[in-house]
Every structure is written in structure tokens, then in C-alpha cells.
Design a protein around this ligand. Structure first.
Ligand code: SAM
Length: 279
């Protein structure tokens, strides 16, 4: 019988965030696939777990992925961990999940630490609708194209960013989204020096020009403001009144209700209804 692939999230800074279920899954797996075996070994030592580790990272994923799939198909259970956070979110785990799904292997994701969700929830920005944009390209041209495509995005946008690229990313964002656009810069989450800077893109550029950024960042950028609906025209008002009269309202009540619903002065609606009547 085939084994299974477990996606095991690991702490993004605070070792206390490993859950009982994650610990048990790591203990019970036949082997662990890790993005960086040295990083994962530290965690396993901390947890007192001794387990066979195989490396699975960006530059060996094409060959290693099939080896892992074959082992699972032969009956072994694999726990996949990334350097920190939830595997398969902006890391090579994404490809292993695809391979396993194609091979008919059951994949079980254990919920746990994830930088995008931790940052979004602490950001103070709207969380009802958001989009995760991952890492922007290092190439200036494609970075600008990516941001240009988000110019009219109304949802809150979440980006991962490395400190050495932060300033040029903020400069590009300020020129595409405008310097007044709110941003929350979430740094070193769950760590000793956790910090959330809630500011604007223009002010963030000034801040990090003066003090070069350090640590890991998630950027949570407010979406483009919704444009106010254009005011209703006289034709809209007349049509609204006519529809309400047809629905059984008196002329007086239809005018009153139209003024309220279309946010127009009663006189304007009255005049519009009169013109309609004369036509
Ligand atoms: N799969 C992981 C997840 O979603 O939680 C993220 C992997 S991605 C390769 C690493 C990026 O996550 C970092 O460059 C940074 O943008 C963000 N990140 C990870 N840990 C963080 C932390 N403690 N504070 C802020 N950002 C963090």
C-alpha cells in the first residue's frame, strides 16, 4: 500500500510554535524531506527527534522529487518541511505536492505557522479580501510589470521580500501605487525583535533610506481605493420613479423613495419625473 505525504509547518521564529500534531508526525514519518537539512536538523535536535533526512530544494527538486514519490509509492510516509513556515507556499514544496497528486498519493497538510497569514492578521489592513503575490522578481523590468498589473487591485496585497531588495521594491511600489498608499511592514514575526511599521509607501522609502532594513519582511499593501459611484443622472431618476409607480407606489412616495435611494435632492427627482411625464 502507498504511504503518504505530510506537509509539516515549522516555526517562523519562535520554536514554541511547533504543534503537538506536527511533532508527532515528524516522529512517526519514515523519513523527512527538508529544504535545508542543516536548518531542519537544528529543529529536530531541539525536539529530540532522530530521523532520516533527505534534501529537497530548488536546485535538486527535478531529480529528487521522483525519488521521494517512488519511496512513498513503495509504502513509506514522508514529512515535508521547509526552512520555516508552511511548506509549498513560495518554496519548492509546491512541486512535490503536484508530483504526489499526479501519482495518486494522499497529501495531508497540517495547519500551522505561515508568514503570509501571520503578517496579514497583524497588519491592521483590511483582511476580508486579499491576494498573495509571493516574491517579486529580482529583475527590474519584470518587477515593474508585476506591480503595474496590480495598479487597480482593490484587495489587500501581500508580498514576501528579502531585506537587500526592500528599498528598491518600496521605491517601485511608491511610483506605481502612489506615495500615499498605506503599507504595513511586518518584520521578524514571532521573533524577539518583531516589529510592525504601519505607514505609507512614501514614508517607508524615507525610513529605510535612512536606516537600511534588516531581518525578514512581509509587506502588506492596501488595495486601490474603490472609486465612488458616479451620481445618478436625471434619466436614472425618471426611470426609477416610473418603475416604483409601476410596482404600485403613489407618485409622491415614488419620488421620495427615489431621492433617498439615488441620493438626489427631491426637487431634482420631481423635475425628472415631470419631464418624463411630459414626454
Ligand atoms: N513557506 C513559508 C511560509 O509561507 O510561511 C515562507 C517561505 S519564503 C521562502 C520565506 C519568506 O517568508 C521570507 O523571505 C519572508 O518574506 C517571509 N518570512 C518568513 N519568516 C518570517 C518572519 N519571521 N517574519 C517576517 N517574514 C517572514
Amino acid at each position: 500500500m502507498a504511504g503518504m505525504l505530510y506537509l509539516v509547518p515549522t516555526p517562523i521564529g519562535n520554536l514554541g510554535d511547533i504543534s503537538a500534531r506536527c511533532r508527532q508526525t515528524l516522529e512517526e514519518a519514515d523519513f523527512i524531506a527538508a529544504e535545508d537539512t542543516r536548518v531542519s536538523l537544528k529543529l529536530l535536535n531541539h525536539l529530540g527527534i532522530k530521523k532520516s533526512l533527505v534534501s529537497y530544494y530548488e536546485h535538486n527538486k527535478a531529480s529528487k522529487g521522483n525519488v521521494i514519490v517512488d519511496r512513498i509509492l513503495a509504502g513509506e510516509t514522508c514529512a515535508l518541511v521547509s526552512d520555516a513556515g508552511s511548506p509549498a507556499i513560495s518554496d519548492p514544496g509546491e512541486d512535490l505536492v503536484k508530483l504526489c497528486a499526479e501519482a495518486g498519493i494522499t497529501v495531508c497538510a497540517i495547519p500551522g505557522p505561515c508568514a503570509v497569514i501571520t503578517a496579514l492578521s497583524i497588519s491592521g489592513q483590511s483582511t476580508g479580501r486579499f491576494c498573495f503575490e509571493g516574491f517579486l522578481s529580482t529583475a527590474k523590468k519584470s518587477r515593474r510589470e508585476h506591480l503595474d498589473a496590480l495598479k487597480n487591485e482593490h484587495r489587500t496585497m501581500v508580498f514576501y521580500e528579502a531585506p537587500h531588495k526592500l528599498l528598491s521594491t518600496l521605491q517601485d511600489m511608491a511610483s506605481v501605487f502612489g506615495p500615499e498608499r498605506p503599507i504595513s511592514l511586518c518584520r521578524e514575526l514571532t521573533k524577539l525583535h518583531e516589529e510592525v511599521v504601519r505607514t505609507t509607501l512614501g514614508q517607508a522609502v524615507d525610513k529605510y533610506t535612512e536606516n537600511p532594513p534588516k531581518g525578514e519582511f512581509v509587506l502588506v499593501v492596501a488595495g486601490a481605493p474603490e472609486e465612488a459611484a458616479p451620481p445618478a443622472s436625471e434619466e436614472d431618476a425618471a426611470a426609477h420613479v416610473a418603475a416604483l409607480i409601476k410596482a404600485g407606489l403613489s407618485r409622491k412616495d415614488a419620488i421620495k423613495q427615489t431621492a433617498r435611494e439615488l441620493n438626489l435632492p427631491k426637487n431634482t427627482v420631481y423635475d425628472a419625473a415631470l419631464t418624463l411625464q411630459q414626454e
